[in-house]
Design a protein around this ligand. Structure first.
Ligand SMILES: [Zn+2]
Length: 130
């Protein structure tokens, strides 16, 4: 499995974010801190400010993708290949073994907490290959 089909489906981070907004929020932002659904859009792309608790947030806040510096396409690859060892995953996506380990731990936690999200991403990624 190479990364190419994922980068064809998701050409940049913005496309990944829009996809995540679709599956986490059904397209309509929800504050991850208090659950409120009214917000202001922040000028910076794809960030919002909750009208209740005033916290800024994006769709990745408090999810497995929280504050990551790794491309979301690589995360999607890792989600769909979570059977790989850290070493193999690291090699496939060009990150360090420690980063791959960190990603796999987060994915295994997410698999317990949000199996729906993990399954949707897997399905979307598999469709790019088969
Ligand atoms: Zn809030």
């Amino acid at each position: 499995m190479s990364l190419t089909p994922i980068y064809k489906r998701f050409k940049n981070q913005k496309e990944c974010i829009l996809y995540l907004e679709g599956i986490f929020w059904d397209g309509s932002p929800i504050c991850p801190f208090c659950g409120y659904r009214k917000y202001n859009t922040i000028q910076t792309e794809n960030r919002y400010r909750c009208k209740a608790c005033k916290s800024p947030f994006s769709v990745t806040v408090l999810t497995l993708f929280h504050k990551t510096k790794v491309d979301l396409q690589k995360w999607f690859f890792a989600v769909s290949n979570d059977h790989l060892t850290c070493r193999k995953l690291a090699k496939q996506i060009g990150v360090t073994k420690d980063t791959a380990h960190f990603m796999l731990v987060r994915i295994s936690i997410a698999r317990r907490n949000r199996p729906d999200i993990i399954n949707k991403i897997k399905k979307e990624i598999y469709e790019q290959y088969y």
